[in-house]
Ligand binder design. Structure first.
Ligand code: TYM
Length: 334
């Protein structure tokens, strides 16, 4: 089928690291969209455990975290009958492709990656080569499945640009092999900020317990965290420069309810920040409750989880191996 034929089903691919429970940022910036895209596209979603190796974790914790992340993806509504859901390290093609692409990755480009700079500043005692070549592995993840679109939060834009560049370089040097993927960003929620410091990204590893909503937080905890969210000293719920805290709360509210900023401003006209914070906390708690319940259920069904993990790996390997073989042929490896 012709590449541009509208009848060709487009391919979606994305991944998430299994380093602790997902945050509301992961959910609104990525996983919520993944669920919605299942209807229209061929979707591949995975737990990026090879990427998580760049930071040390105890092996037993790592094993547990990967399974938990897989279960969380299903709990968030990824349906293994519709999408291919798998764990990255179970498909050996990822590591091989990552190496092949790292040999086409300029040192200068890798040095400019914000995530590398941030993470190496955070862990100065462990700046390893994996942290540095991380974008080449990520490019391999995407290119192995010939993805058309990659739904991610705004923090991954640079890595996507890198992927396109490396794919174009490979195609130029070795001949047409990879499709150049495009980012797919949500209208609201692409950048969810910390509740305690709204100029910084909401992140799993924040030391301030009030900064981050985890998707397994219970209702009471969620409401409490929103109540203590940092805002400003004027009292208008409006999206404006300088109102980082309120802008963030509006982004979250909008990502869940689908309401525009103007509609939200009108809804809370004449009301205080207290009412607004409670409203945001309530919609978030309502959205996350079924995920928490489904997750608890899934963890009790060990046989089902094991079977889905194995099935996902087998199906993903089948697809990835084909592209890997093609790339190896082009490079003169076989
Ligand atoms: P990770 O695990 O850091 O995050 C998973 C997804 O969540 C998004 N995200 C956010 N979105 C909005 N606001 C936030 N505060 C926020 N925090 C995280 C991220 O943008 C991401 O979409 N390198 C990737 C994992 C990966 C990957 C891939 C993704 C590996 N290979 C191939 C896509 C395609 C990462 O570390 O995501």
């Amino acid at each position: 089928m012709n590449e541009n034929d509208p009848a060709r089903r487009r391919i979606i691919l994305s991944g998430i690291q299994p380093t602790g429970t997902f945050t509301l940022g992961n959910y609104l910036g990525a996983v919520k969209n993944w669920r919605q895209l299942q209807k229209e596209y061929d979707c591949y979603y995975f737990v990026a455990d090879l990427h998580a190796l760049t930071v040390y974790h105890e092996p037993a914790m790592r094993r547990k975290a990967s399974r938990a992340a897989f279960a969380l993806l299903l709990a968030c509504g990824l349906d293994p009958e519709k999408s291919l859901v798998f764990i990255q390290s179970h498909v050996s093609a990822h590591a091989q492709m990552g190496w092949m692409l790292s040999c086409l990755s300029p040192f200068g480009d890798l040095s400019r990656m914000t995530q590398f700079k941030d993470k190496s500043a955070k862990h100065p005692e462990d700046i390893n080569a994996g942290l540095f070549t991380y974008p080449a592995l990520m490019a391999g993840d995407i290119l192995l499945y010939q993805a058309d679109y990659v739904p991610v939060g705004a923090d991954q834009t640079q890595h996507l640009e890198f992927t396109r560049n490396v794919a174009a370089r490979f195609n130029h040097v070795y001949g047409e092999t990879f499709r150049l993927p495009e980012g797919y960003f949500p209208k609201a929620g692409a950048r969810v900020m910390s509740l305690a410091e709204p100029t910084a990204k909401m992140s799993k590893s924040d030391e301030n317990a009030k900064a981050t909503i985890f998707i397994l937080d219970d209702e009471k905890t969620i409401l409490k965290k929103f109540k203590s969210a940092v805002t400003d000293s004027d009292a208008e719920v409006a999206f404006r420069e300088g109102k980082d805290g309120i802008n963030n709360l509006m982004t979250i509210y909008s990502a869940i309810t689908g309401k525009s900023c103007d509609a939200i401003t009108a809804e809370f006209a004449g009301k205080g920040y207290g009412d607004f914070k409670t409203a945001v906390g309530t919609v978030v708690a309502d959205e996350l409750r079924p995920i928490r319940e489904r997750y608890a259920e899934l963890l009790t069904d060990k046989a089902y989880l094991d079977a889905e993990i194995a099935r996902g790996a087998e199906r993903a390997a089948h697809i990835a191996e084909k592209t890997l073989a093609k790339a190896k042929r082009k490079m003169g490896l076989c």
